[in-house]
Design a protein around this ligand. Structure first.
Ligand code: SAM
Length: 306
């Protein structure tokens, strides 16, 4: 017969009390959650920065659509900027992406997405792919995205980034977005992420009934973010906030033909018409898009760049 040497005769273990069991379950759960947080943190070292970005620079300025907030929380913005700028990826400013261009300030991406009022399954056209970040945010909203970028190296890089991250509902095309994407029209929403003196007529024509077009319209040194809604009788137009985007190049500036993908003389993608620093310069004042001085619900009354 085996003797249990750990048990003294006559001593019987008391069954654990319900209170003790409860406390142990809570402690266990806390340990699991803590481990999960550490694991998640180690998987994505930018998770905390992204959460702060959403709370402090997007929600705090009045973006309310939970689907937009969820999408902004989901897309790893740092993977859309060059490695040298990743530490600034979640800052409240545009970030250089090369070729003299920038990915827009997070708030502007969220605002344009909210204004587009997209529903899952809809088709959306974006003019100005840049890094592909805005397209990814739209894809997270469950829409099919058709995006056009005039600077070929950017378009190719964005396509590769989107593919690698699994955004299969995004199609990227190299070219001038002035004429839209007629073969895929009509679109339920059109987002233009480069500034033009007027809205290109072909983009308005490619809006589906009830469709929304969101675009920065105005001069190179400042524009209004405009929303045009296609109605049964024509269209309704409203302005939202002053903004400052990089200029749209190509046909809108009087160029014709399809060879504009490589840029126009004196107006090429490397030019910084807003007089800001180089692509590697500081966040503020770079070319790109940002909220103007009276941002909707803005915590800060300062211009930003996208
Ligand atoms: N949406 C982008 C993102 O998420 O990274 C940022 C867009 S950036 C502010 C503007 C982009 O518009 C630039 O990449 C620029 O090359 C592009 N662009 C300018 N004119 C264009 C045109 N006519 N057609 C297509 N893209 C154009």
């Amino acid at each position: 017969m085996k003797v249990d040497s750990t048990r003294r005769p006559g001593l019987r273990r008391r069954p654990p009390s319900p209170a003790w069991l409860g406390a142990r379950a809570v402690l266990g759960l806390a340990a699991v959650l803590a481990a999960g947080a550490v694991a998640a943190g180690s998987r994505d070292p930018f998770a905390a920065a992204r959460e702060r970005m959403v709370r402090e620079t997007i929600e705090a300025r009045g973006i309310r659509d939970p689907r937009v907030l969820r999408a902004m929380r989901a897309v790893p913005r740092h993977l859309f900027v060059p490695p040298g700028h990743r530490d600034r990826a979640y800052a409240d400013s545009p970030v250089p992406i090369g070729e003299g261009q920038t990915v827009s300030q997070p708030y502007i991406v969220a605002l344009m997405t909210e204004l587009a009022e997209v529903e899952p399954g809809e088709k959306v056209l974006e003019v100005g792919t840049g890094s592909g970040y805005q397209a990814a945010v739209l894809a997270e909203m469950g829409v099919r995205v058709y995006t056009i970028e005039i600077v070929e190296p950017l378009a190719l890089r964005a396509r590769e980034t989107l593919r690698r991250l699994g955004y299969d509902t995004v199609r990227v095309r190299v070219g001038d977005g002035y004429r839209g994407w007629p073969a895929e029209a009509p679109f339920d929403a059109v987002l233009v992420t480069a500034a033009a003196p007027r809205i290109p007529e072909p983009l308005l024509e490619q809006l589906a009934p009830g469709g929304r077009l969101v675009a920065p319209v105005g001069a190179a040194d400042g524009q209004q973010l405009v929303v045009v809604t296609r109605t049964p009788s024509g269209s309704e137009r409203r302005t939202v906030i002053p903004v400052r985007f990089v200029p749209m190049t190509g046909e809108i500036r009087g160029a014709t033909g399809s060879g504009v993908a490589s840029g126009l003389p004196g107006e090429g993608p490397g030019e910084r018409p807003l007089g800001e620093g180089s692509a590697g310069g500081s966040g503020q004042g770079e070319t790109g898009a940002e909220a103007g001085s009276s941002g909707r619900g803005s915590r800060e009354q300062r211009p930003e760049v996208r």
